[in-house]
Ligand binder design. Structure first.
Ligand code: NCD
Length: 358
């Protein structure tokens, strides 16, 4: 088994994602991650296991007895939520997931309130958190920081797991897990997820949820991906390279209506203008054709769904909100269940929960 203790940070950082994957595997469960850093760590069997566990947790939690059973499972564990970038849903759903499993939590939501403000390095901050907690769930504007922290911890005397809750413009693996869970549940009784057409629309250049979900979809059979965006915000070449390599069908487009007609899922995203280099450059891009409203809703198939990682601005009109195909509200709640499933799995409790009497 490859271990992060056997490789220098420089050599590890230089590897491709597929080569990094074995270093991050769970020692007791090699099909699952120990440190969860990017979507490439999940194959179809891991995704199906997590979705089955999320369904199980969702079911058990319905009764008071079941909820109490879950709440007693991980009372001996503590998790640190270290979010140095804005977050509502990702923070709260991880927090709620920990609460479901009885995990005690602590949090830093602003580096200005931690010793980083006094000049402490992130490496030292992480080592500090690891002294008090058993898992670190982290979000950072910096690409690759979660990886660096995973390497640091694995090479420390407290090698606790890291869970990446969003790293720069790069990856957001747990969002992709909840998106897949939502797709699987939506098509469960309608022939399944294989063979579907998924359209991504909006800021595909800088949206990390798109990169992670596009990869996870490659685990399923014959899924076509359509990328609809203004040319300045089209999907980056590394995403396309993976699709080409894996022989996945894709299309680059600027026609949301045409894509909507043939899609099983339309995944809308907001313009990520926090990444603008000079003030207001996104505002100069014409985005009016990349919004989903009443007319697009008319074109959408009756079994198709609309998704959004949220927060939204005006890229989905509020008139769509009560349509049964609007899946973004349920997506949020799915995030809590799948994150509970992932955290329980990392702590080695999948089997216990799957086999319990509830
Ligand atoms: C996304 C993110 O942070 O990348 N939000 C989320 O986690 N639900 C999408 C976004 O901010 O646009």
């Amino acid at each position: 088994m490859l271990k992060l203790t056997d490789i220098s940070w420089e050599s590890f950082a230089a590897l491709g994602l597929e080569s990094k994957k074995p270093y991050l595997e769970h020692p007791d469960d090699p099909g699952m991650p120990y440190h969860t850093l990017f979507a490439q760590q999940f194959d179809r069997s891991a995704l199906e296991r997590l979705c089955a566990l999320a369904n199980r947790i969702r079911f058990i939690n319905k009764s008071k007895e079941g909820a109490l059973y879950l709440k007693n499972l991980l009372t001996h564990k503590r998790a640190m939520l270290y979010f140095s970038q804005p977050s509502s849903r990702t923070f709260l759903s991880h927090l709620a997931a920990c609460q479901i499993l009885g995990i005690t939590t602590g949090s830093v939501r602003d580096a200005a309130t931690s010793s980083e403000f006094k000049g402490e390095s992130r490496e030292d901050s992480i080592r500090t958190f690891s002294s008090y907690f058993d898992m670190i769930i982290m979000r950072s504007p910096e690409q690759g920081l979660a990886e660096k922290m995973a390497w640091e911890l694995s090479n420390s005397e407290r090698p606790i797991p890291i869970l990446n809750a969003g790293s720069g413009k790069d990856q957001h693996p747990t969002q992709a897990l909840l998106d897949i869970y939502t797709l699987i549940r939506s098509f469960e009784t309608k022939g399944g997820i294989d063979g579907r057409t998924v359209t991504f629309c909006g800021d595909l250049m800088r949206g990390r949820t798109v990169r992670s979900l596009s990869y996870l979809l490659t685990n399923f059979n014959d899924i076509k991906q359509i990328f609809v965006a203004p040319k300045e915000l089209q999907v980056p070449s590394d995403v396309i390279d993976i699709l080409r390599e894996k022989g996945v069908r894709y299309e680059i487009s600027d026609d949301l209506r045409a894509a909507t007609r043939i899609s099983d899922a339309v995944y809308m995203t907001r313009i990520q203008d926090e990444w603008d280099n000079s003030k207001g450059e996104s505002a100069k891009i014409d985005t009016h054709r990349f919004k989903f409203g009443a007319e697009e809703l008319e074109l959408l198939g009756k079994d198709a769904i609309i998704m959004h990682p949220l927060p939204r601005r005006d890229e989905i009109a509020t008139c769509c909100d009560h349509d049964p195909r609007a899946m973004y509200w349920r997506q949020m709640r799915n995030g809590m269940w799948i994150r509970a499933a992932l955290i329980a799995t990392v702590f080695g409790f999948e089997k216990t929960i799957m086999e319990c009497g509830y």
